[in-house]
Write a protein that binds this ligand. Sequence first.
Ligand SMILES: Cc1ncc(C[n+]2csc(CCOP(=O)(O)OP(=O)(O)O)c2C)c(N)n1
Ligand SMILES: [Mg+2]
Length: 305
Amino acid sequence: MQRIRYFEEEVTRLRAAGDVVGSVHLCDGQEAVYVGACAALDLTRDAVFPTYRGHGWTLACGAPPHALFAELLGRATGVNGGRGGSAYLTAPQYGMYGENSIVGAGAPIATGAALAATFDGSGRVALAAFGDGAMNQGAVHEAMNFAAVRSLPVVFLIENNSYSELTPIADMVRVDRLYKRASAYGIPGARIDGNDPSIVQDAVAEAARRARAGEGPVVLEAMTQRIVGHYIGDVQHYRPAGDLERAQAAEPIGRLVAALTEQGVPASELDALSERVRDEIAQASARALADPLADPSTVLEHLYA
Ligand SMILES: Cc1ncc(C[n+]2csc(CCOP(=O)(O)OP(=O)(O)O)c2C)c(N)n1
Ligand SMILES: [Mg+2]
C-alpha cells in the first residue's frame, strides 16, 4: 500500500512538472482494495480488469514501478512502450489485463475472459473492478446476469468511493447498498470494509474459491474513499465540509500503522520500511526519466486496422 501511495505522490509531482501529460486518475486512499484482492488471487493464471484508476491495481499485481513510470512518461521502456499512458495501461504478464476509460466496460470483458476459462481448462478466475458509478451502466448488469446464468468464474468487485466523478452517490441511487443488486441475478453479494486489506483478501479469496469450483460469480462492494480528486486538477468543491478529513482519518495506511503499533511492532521498523519503499520509488522514477522517449517512427507498430 505504501508503494502505491508513494508512486501516486510521485506521479502528482511529474504531472505538475509537465513530464506526465494527459488525463491522470489517482487512487490514493483505495490501496487496500488492490493489495487485498491481488493477495487473494493466483496471478499466474487469474486476470484483473481495472478501470482508468489503475496504477494501484497494476502495482498490486506485481508490475515493477520503473516500467509503470516509464509508461506514464511515454518512454520506450514502459510496460506498453509508452503507448498506453496512465489511462490505458496493460500488463498481462502480471495478470493485469488492461485499464479502460469506458465506465463499466471491464465487467463484460472480464466475463468474456471467464467464459474462455470454461473452455481452455486454465482454472482462471477473472476479477472485474469498477466504481459505484459503473453500477448504473447497463453493460455491467448484462455481464452479471450472463455470468450468473452460466456460473462463470468472475468476481465483480465494486470500489465504492461514494462519488461518480463529481456526483455523490445519494444523487444517483435510492438504495445505496449496491451489493443487494446481486440478489436480482441469483448470486451472492456482500458489503465489506475496503480500507482493511485483510478483510478484502479474505472476501476475494472466498469468492475466487467459489468461482474456481464452478459455483459462479459473486458481487463484493468494498467501501473506501479517495483522498484525492477524481482526476489531477479536480478541486473537489463538491465535497461537503469535513468529508475529506473523514476520508483521511479512515485511509488504510494510517489505520494499518496504528494497528501494527498496537500489536507491538516498533515505530522504527515501520519507518525503515517506509523509507526503503520511498527510495525504491524515487529511484524508479529517476531511472524512467532518464530513459529514451518512444521513437515516433515506431508509431505504426502494433497497429491493426
Ligand atoms: C461510458 C462512460 N460514461 C461516462 C464517462 C465519464 N466518466 C469518467 S469517470 C466517471 C465516473 C465513474 O465513477 P465510478 O464508477 O464511481 O468510478 P470512480 O471514478 O469513482 O473510481 C464518468 C462518469 C465515461 N468515461 N464512460
Ligand atoms: Mg466512484
